[in-house]
Ligand binder design. Structure first.
Ligand SMILES: [Zn+2]
Length: 219
């Protein structure tokens, strides 16, 4: 069924009891997120597809990338896709997932939608800036899901982002460093112009590593 709300179009076969709570949370988060991206109004409503069948969701993902058991939300087709809490629980990494976490995943995916929105006209995979998508989404979308950890971050690792084990932890740390040391204007420029990001990448990584060592008193 399709449910039309003021800002969203929801597609779902079964109606989760927590749908309103999920959308209210998204409403609370969107203001900060859209203000970062300086988006005042969308051309169309954002579509949220809620998947209540894990197997079908796996098929959906495999059209775009290799399915991994930690994936419970995505924006591969330009919509926000999320698994229901019940289906997410079927995969080991999410067996204890709470509604709070699911709400945060939805906000995380919303950040990706905005990021892509400010890069309009870009062709898929023109630039290797997947890592920066996750820098912004982990910090603006679901920061409560991460803690600051020491990781050896290199540009090489970031360019192969999806193959790295500590990828989200690295992205989160970079974002924490950047939000303290770069202006939001600059950070938005990096989102809009991946070429600019590529040129600054080494400097950002060096800065993050120094900052991390001090912050965590790592020797
Ligand atoms: Zn993400």
């Amino acid at each position: 069924m399709t449910i039309e709300k003021e800002k969203y179009i929801i597609e779902t076969d079964t109606l989760p009891v927590y749908l309103d709570e999920l959308l209210n949370h998204l409403d609370e988060k969107t203001e900060q997120i859209t203000s970062f991206f300086q988006i005042t109004k969308y051309d169309t409503k954002i579509k949220i597809v809620i998947w209540d069948d894990l197997e079908k969701y796996k098929e959906h993902i495999s059209k775009y990338m290799e399915y991994r058991d930690y994936i419970c939300g995505d924006t591969c087709d330009g919509n926000i896709n999320i698994l229901t809490l019940e289906e997410a629980h079927k995969e080991p990494p999410h067996k204890d997932m709470t509604l709070r976490e699911l709400k945060d995943v939805t906000a995380h995916e919303f950040v990706h939608i905005c990021h892509r929105y400010v890069q309009q006209g870009r062709k898929q995979d023109d630039y290797k800036d997947t890592w920066y998508y996750e820098v912004l989404a982990t910090n603006l979308g679901n920061p409560d899901d991460f803690t600051l950890k020491y990781n050896e971050i290199t540009h090489e690792k970031l360019l192969n982002f999806n193959k790295e084990n500590n990828n989200y932890s690295m992205a989160y740390a970079i974002g924490r460093y950047m939000f303290e040391n770069y202006s939001e204007e600059e950070m938005l420029e990096f989102a809009k112009y991946p070429k600019k990001l590529a040129l600054a990448a080494e400097e950002i990584i060096d800065g993050t590593m120094e900052w991390l060592k001090t912050k965590l008193k790592y020797k």
